[in-house]
Design a protein around this ligand. Structure first.
Ligand code: M6R
Length: 367
């Protein structure tokens, strides 16, 4: 049931503080003393962590964007190269499979045809596959050599939200677990465990300010098209945010890395084309701000999702929503939440069929 919420999408967005906590095994998957995590279902020995030379994530849609974030976080914390593939592009493409690569299938339903077909092909060639799946007992969960349930609970809305957050959370745990066996220090590991523990409360803080996003949605709803821009870890957030917007509101939304603006998309900027920037503190901050200036100078409206207070940024932005600060690795789990709500409230204002967008099915079981 919707438990008093008008739509499953809103209910599921609001369940995220609780659902990310379940992804952490209600704390049971965290090892605070060791600054690490434990994902027993992966069936990986400590030694395996040294032998893995590459991780190859395979998924579709939102799960694919979770994989893109996983790439960023695993490469940063565990220093293992990660490739992310669109499963539909892998089928019949003769994928390269070797014994030093760990394949990771990411899927909410565990029934996505393209992901299943790609995994079958990899297994046929002797590849080792683990699954990050939500639906217990699903086809992918049964096929893989090891796996971790993401424990998002049932997700009814076609647009995926809490499953995305739980996929990213489990990928962070995986990065922490492998990273602690290889590269990262005890103190850094402990810092990340503390950040993970604080996450549910920070998501709740954003949800409590949902009305601000409803107002922002009122200002976005009449545009034909919206650009989503971010650098580094914020680029996959922009990709997922744009997918949410187009899926539920039917407004054309497109994500680019902010750095690629000058290489083409800048030509689109005018009063009719607003941009949503994901701009967090850290390495990309200054460069992202100069991209915002470029858009403003061409008459484009700028909506900003950031995680720090700064008068320069606040003056530049036409609208700004600030999420609680966090470690960079955790920040996507915070910046995505206002973007999900922005999609929801825009669709609501436009009277869309929010839980069942036209032309889409919850689980894509055909090629
Ligand atoms: O069940 P899966 O996670 O394998 O599904 C993958 C995609 O079909 C899914 O994420 C889709 O993109 C969602 N509608 C996005 O909100």
């Amino acid at each position: 049931t919707k438990e008093g919420y008008p739509h499953y999408l809103l209910k599921e967005i609001h369940e995220q503080p609780e659902s990310v906590f379940r992804a952490m095994g209600r704390g049971g998957r965290l090892l605070p003393d060791f600054g690490s995590a434990l994902l027993a279902g992966l069936n990986l020995e400590k030694r395996d962590f040294f032998d893995i030379k590459k991780i190859h994530i395979i998924a579709m849609g939102t799960a694919y964007y979770a994989g893109e974030l996983g790439k960023f976080i695993i490469e940063d914390l565990a220093r293992i190269p990660v490739e992310v593939s669109d499963a539909s592009e892998m089928c019949g493409m003769n994928p390269i499979v070797d014994k030093d690569t760990l394949f990771v299938a990411v899927s909410q339903s565990g029934e996505t045809r393209d992901t299943i077909a790609a995994i079958q092909e990899i297994q046929q060639k002797g590849g080792r596959v683990v699954g990050l799946v939500n639906t217990v007992g699903s086809t992918l969960a049964r096929m893989t050599d090891g796996g971790v349930y993401i424990h998002a609970g049932s997700e009814i809305s076609v647009a995926s939200t809490k499953a995305f957050s739980n996929q990213v959370t489990v990928l962070i745990l995986m990065a922490l677990m492998i990273g602690r066996s290889r590269d990262i220090s005890l103190s850094r590991g402990r810092e990340l465990v503390a950040e993970l523990k604080a996450l549910p409360g920070k998501i709740q803080d954003i949800l409590d300010r949902g009305s601000e996003l409803r107002n922002m949605a009122e200002k976005l709803k009449d545009y034909q098209s919206i650009l989503y821009l971010g650098r580094g870890i914020n680029y996959p957030v922009a990709l997922e945010a744009a997918l949410k917007m187009k899926e539920v509101s039917y407004i054309h939304a497109e994500a680019y890395s902010a750095g690629s603006l000058k290489h083409g998309p800048l030509a689109l900027i005018s009063e009719e084309m607003p941009s949503v920037f994901i701009c967090t503190s850290g390495d990309y901050q200054e460069k992202t701000i100069s991209n915002i200036q470029e858009v403003k100078a061409r008459g484009g409206k700028v909506f900003v999702i950031s995680n720090y207070k700064d008068s320069n940024l606040e003056n530049l932005a036409d609208e700004i929503f600030i999420v609680p600060g966090s470690d960079e690795a955790i920040s996507p789990l915070l910046t995505i939440v206002p973007c999900q709500l922005l999609g929801y409230y825009t669709a609501l204002a436009l009277g869309r069929d929010i839980d069942q967008p036209r032309n889409l099915a919850k689980s894509v079981t055909v090629e």
